[in-house]
Design a protein around this ligand. Structure first.
Ligand SMILES: [Zn+2]
Ligand SMILES: [Zn+2]
Length: 91
């Protein structure tokens, strides 16, 4: 099973997000949240990556170069999704 050891949540399912979502979560800066499908923990990226993806026509060129794929644990992913879609997971 694909797991990651999170310093906050312990051993969790591994998820992949773009670097901007991971940075935004750290700096509390909302960047949007897009996923390929609605399955829990499915790969996610920000609105900037979505624009580059649409311009490039896929995860190629600039879209791929700026993706900076990062690993989040599933619990951190849920916090990130809530935050970047306009919620406040820390309230
Ligand atoms: Zn991004
Ligand atoms: Zn975590």
């Amino acid at each position: 099973m694909d797991t990651v050891e999170c310093s906050k949540h312990g051993t969790q399912k591994k998820t992949y997000v773009c670097g901007h979502i991971a940075d935004g979560l750290r700096h509390r800066d909302r960047v949007g949240f897009f996923t390929a499908d609605n399955a829990p923990g499915s790969d996610a990226w920000c609105s900037g990556c979505e624009d580059r993806f649409n311009k490039a026509g896929g995860w190629v060129g600039e879209a791929e170069a700026q993706l900076r794929l990062s690993v989040l644990c599933l619990s951190c992913y849920d916090v990130a999704r809530k935050f970047h879609t306009g919620g406040d997971p820390w309230s």
